[in-house]
Design a protein around this ligand. Structure first.
Ligand code: URA
Length: 461
């Protein structure tokens, strides 16, 4: 029992011996993968079935994951793993309706609050959006943590309520229920503590199993690269994106990926509540340009992918007009109300400049142009202020973070504000200043502008 990190709701029996293949035990499959052999899809299905049923213990699964980490999985094996994980729990099923069911998934970054304005925008564009999201870990923020900073908001509705809200409002942003993709809950917790997270087939199976369980017609992926991304180089991000796009499409979900730069935080705010405020600004057409660009790009691609608009430029114009109409801002309130939020308390909180007890300005030491704003250092600072988690069990402070972030290419005066630090205590704000200073560089020349969206990965024609 003590080897289990994740408690599956079912009983535990001793070691795995397949009923369909009585001569096979899990040890022989670990050996096979260790020795670089290819497993049969049926074997992979049985492994996931047995693990989810509690009949494979974590020490053996950990050994298997490490074998996969070193030996990799073929595309066929990855597909089998992904489908078995998807089928380990409930798969959402929506009533027949002309509105396509779509979602976006980001591999995670600092200041990435795209999901918040995107879900209501997509609902206003005639989609249904069951946006099942996660919590933050380390420097990467999580959509659910951001939403939990909203008074009264329920980020964990039951499955029936998820479907009802999607049908009635058009969008929901919430966490995975215990009944959805339980295999990933167990495997991810195990990967996290056995150094087996950065394996492309395991990441692909983990991400797509959850997205496929949403019953989607189309999916846009935001695969980040750069200092604060999971995949630090564009090449690695491309490799991941190509695999995600190929398998997503093979499984009947029209899937595309955008490769986007995560050297610099997205927008001007990082930290849970500060990001919600910025998301609302975006919905009011007042937000930062890079956030708006990515929100509109994701919406435009989904319009094209689902056949609702053509070509991409027209889809872009449609998404831009819809955002400018103010309807997505109203839809946001509708979604919040459907998920239990206290809108009056939300509005009162929005009106405040800050909700953390201490705010300190970080000043530029010299005049010039901001030439670098390192997203990793900013993410670490937010985490250390209490806005992120060191372990899955840690609590977080929703009000802390960094805002008014000066972005590369912007002119700055000596003594101008590079960022504002929102902290629970003065000592924590002071402690954040030294590392944060190293996040920024200032140069005499304006740096060349870098594009946010570096590549679009589509399925091979
Ligand atoms: N995100 C996921 O959901 N799974 C992974 O394995 C990595 C990132």
């Amino acid at each position: 029992e003590r080897w289990r990190l994740y408690d599956f709701p079912t009983s535990k029996a001793p070691a795995f011996k397949s009923a369909r293949m009585p001569n096979m035990n899990f040890l022989s499959l670990i050996e096979a993968k260790r020795d670089g052999q290819t497993l049969d899809p049926v074997q992979i299905k049985e492994i996931i079935g047995e693990y989810t049923a509690g009949r494979i213990l974590d020490y053996q699964m950990a050994a298997f994951l490490m074998a996969v980490y070193f030996r990799g999985l073929t595309r066929e094996e990855t597909r089998a793993l992904m489908l078995a994980m998807r089928d380990s729990g409930d798969v959402l099923s929506f009533p027949k309706d002309p509105r396509p069911v779509v979602d976006k998934h980001s591999t995670g970054g600092v200041g990435d609050k795209v999901s918040l304005p995107l879900a209501p925008l997509l609902a206003c564009l005639g989609f249904r959006v069951p946006m099942i999201s996660g919590r933050g870990l380390g420097i990467t923020g999580g959509t659910l943590d951001k939403l939990d900073s909203i008074p009264g908001f329920n980020s964990l509705p039951p499955i029936e309520r998820i479907i009802e809200t999607v049908q009635n409002v058009g969008c929901v942003i919430c966490g995975q229920t215990a009944r959805m993709v339980p295999a990933d809950k167990g495997l991810y917790a195990l990967r996290d503590v056995t150094a087996t997270v950065p394996s492309i087939p395991l990441i692909v199976a983990s991400i797509l199993s959850k997205k496929l369980a949403e019953g989607l017609n189309a999916l846009v992926l935001d695969v980040k690269f750069g200092v604060a991304a999971f995949m630090q180089t564009q090449e690695k991000a491309r490799e991941l994106a190509q695999m995600l796009v190929a398998l997503g499409n093979e499984c009947g979900v029209n899937t595309r990926a955008l490769l986007t730069n995560m050297d610099t935080p997205l927008g001007r705010a990082a930290g849970n509540w500060l990001e919600v405020k910025e998301a609302v600004l975006c919905l009011e057409s007042r937000g930062p340009q890079d956030l708006r660009e990515l929100v509109i790009a994701c919406a435009a691609h989904l319009l094209v992918q689902s056949g609702k608009a053509k070509p991409l430029e027209a889809a872009h114009a449609q998404a831009t007009d819809c955002l400018a109409s103010g309807k997505p801002r109203e839809k946001w309130n509708e979604m919040l109300a459907a998920q239990g939020a206290d809108l009056a308390a939300f509005d009162r909180k929005l009106a405040l400049d800050h909700t953390a007890p201490v705010v300190v300005e970080l000043k530029a030491p010299a005049a010039g142009y901001v030439s670098r704003c390192n997203a990793r250092i900013l993410g670490e600072a937010v985490r250390d202020l209490g806005g992120g988690r060191f372990t899955k069990e840690s609590g977080i402070n929703y009000d802390v973070g960094v805002d008014a972030i000066a972005k590369p290419g912007e002119p700055i005066k000596a003594g101008g504000v590079l960022a504002r630090i929102h902290a629970a205590e003065r000592a924590q704000a002071d402690a954040a200043c030294a590392p944060l200073k190293t996040a920024f560089s200032i140069s005499a020349q304006r740096p060349a502008a870098e594009s946010l969206i570096a590549e679009i990965i589509e399925p091979p024609k």
